[in-house]
Design a protein around this ligand. Structure first.
Ligand code: HEM
Length: 160
């Protein structure tokens, strides 16, 4: 794996990122905008699953309006994150926070998959004015915890 990381670091793409003034901080800034676009709408949807606005706002309306924004945010965070990872691949991959960040992103993805494949199928029964099922509230708590954890692990990547 070390050879792969060394090869990635020496690639023309990594050279270009290292050699372009201010590109790294620009990527960091866009990464944070992506995180805001991902986590903001995701938290709003999680709060709806936990009961906020239950009488007025349909879960399906919240999902249709908010989740596409989260998808765009994730795409922005992923593209900029990979661009920041490549020039320092072996150092960053060696940090203790790296497996936490990756693991928590995978856990967040698994939680989304289970929610949409199983729990969300029955949304017509609890779309508005009703308590959401325990499985939906559980998914919301897991989402809040995993995205917070990814954010902490992401910040720690710069240190340890
Ligand atoms: C999906 C693929 C992602 C990759 C490959 C990635 C990779 C990275 C890298 C390489 C850094 C720079 C670390 C450094 O300064 O040395 C970083 C920073 C960071 N990442 Fe990510 N990231 C991804 C997604 C996310 C997501 C989804 C979140 C939050 C929900 C996140 C939160 C952060 C935070 C808070 C920072 C610190 C930003 C700063 O202080 O400038 N990352 N990430």
């Amino acid at each position: 794996m070390g050879e792969v990381f060394a090869w990635l670091e020496d690639s023309a793409f990594s050279e270009a990122i290292r050699g372009t003034a201010y590109l790294y901080p620009i990527l960091e800034s866009i990464h944070i905008i992506g995180i805001a676009l991902l986590v903001g709408p995701a938290v709003a949807f999680d709060l709806r699953l936990l009961g906020l606005g239950r009488q007025a706002l349909r879960v399906t309306t919240a999902a249709n309006r908010l989740l596409p924004l989260s998808h765009v945010g994730f795409l922005i965070a992923a593209v900029t994150g990979i661009a920041m990872f490549l020039p320092g691949a072996s150092v960053i991959a060696d940090r203790g926070s790296a497996p936490w960040k990756l693991g928590l992103i995978l856990l967040a993805g698994l939680n989304i998959l289970i929610f949409h494949r199983l729990t969300y199928r029955g949304v017509a029964r609890w779309d508005v004015g009703r308590s959401t099922p325990a499985a939906a509230r559980f998914a919301a708590v897991v989402s809040l915890m995993t995205w917070s954890g990814v954010t902490v692990a992401g910040r720690l990547l710069a240190y340890t």
